[in-house]
Design a protein. Structure first.
Length: 285
């Protein structure tokens, strides 16, 4: 009986060692996956008072908002550290007298954030001053949009010869380089042709018909050309844009592009990105 108990104990200890070894292996699959806590307390409105004035002119700023991102991790590889930080809402006026808003966070560089503010301001201007003016309630809310891609617009990596990978790497590196520049962009005073010409960028406008509209599909498409022509005239030769219209069921109806201020057909958004990239070779990359 004693021998049996000793043998059983030996087996049990061996199993425990095997299990512990297995657990150690599981832990090694996801090294360093423990949640860290980061707390940011810098007072950006004070720290960057001069730079903010250069960017926004005579702006107003909200009270500080204390923000918190909870930590989270899982075996799938997703990981989010716990972050405590501050943010402020900035309100300013652009060169056209329009009221603009943006969020200032103390978690990252001011110069990185201003590139995002530039994109947001351009998107807002294009949508409110052109899409709304030409279409109003004839488009479906939350389905129609205008996006601005500054620098890193070659996001399609599909060619077998590696050219798309080269474009992607080049434009991504360019985006990183301008985000690291310690320069300020006067968002409040520069004209929109000046803002668009400052960096290489591509706009994407996607329009979906409101299900309740009485407008015909032909009319809906025709207006997009009228709007694009005015946009090209107002912005100039640095406007690069893809335009897509969709019917009431969100099915694509028609698409065209503007390349360096000229309307072109049948090149698609991927083709436009490639054409834009090539048109700036020697100037930005």
């Amino acid at each position: 009986m004693r021998k049996t108990r000793i043998f059983t104990s030996i087996v049990a200890v061996s199993l425990c060692l095997v299990l512990l070894s297995g657990c150690s292996g599981i832990m090694n699959i996801f090294p360093g996956n423990h949640i860290k806590t980061y707390t940011y307390t810098e007072d950006y409105p004070v720290l960057y008072a001069d730079e903010l004035r250069q960017i926004f002119g005579d702006y107003s700023i909200s009270e500080r908002k204390d923000c918190y991102i909870p930590g989270e991790t899982c075996s799938c590889g997703y990981h989010q550290d716990e972050i405590n930080y501050y943010e402020w809402t900035i309100t300013y006026t652009d060169c056209c007298g329009q009221t603009m808003k943006c969020i200032l966070k103390n978690t990252g560089s001011l110069f990185v954030q201003q590139i995002g503010w530039l994109e947001d301001q351009l998107e807002t201007h294009f949508y409110t001053q052109y899409v709304d003016r030409y279409y109003g309630d004839e488009i479906r809310e939350n389905a129609s949009y205008c996006f601005c891609f500054l620098g890193s617009f070659c996001n399609c990596i599909s060619s077998t010869d590696g050219r798309d990978q080269y474009r992607f790497d080049t434009t991504r590196a360019y985006r990183e380089s301008i985000e690291s520049e310690k320069v300020t962009i006067p968002l409040y005073s520069m004209s929109y042709p000046e803002l668009v010409s400052r960096y290489p960028m591509v706009f994407s406008i996607h329009l979906v018909m409101n299900p309740d509209t009485t407008m015909s599909e032909d009319e809906f498409n025709a207006i997009s050309y009228d709007m694009a022509a005015v946009l090209a005239e107002d912005i100039g030769n640095d406007l690069n844009m893809s335009m897509m219209t969709c019917d009431r069921e969100r099915r694509s109806m028609n698409g065209f592009s503007i390349l360096r201020g000229e309307i072109v057909e049948d090149i698609g958004s991927d083709g436009l990105n490639r054409k834009v990239f090539e048109s700036y070779v020697g100037k930005y990359w």
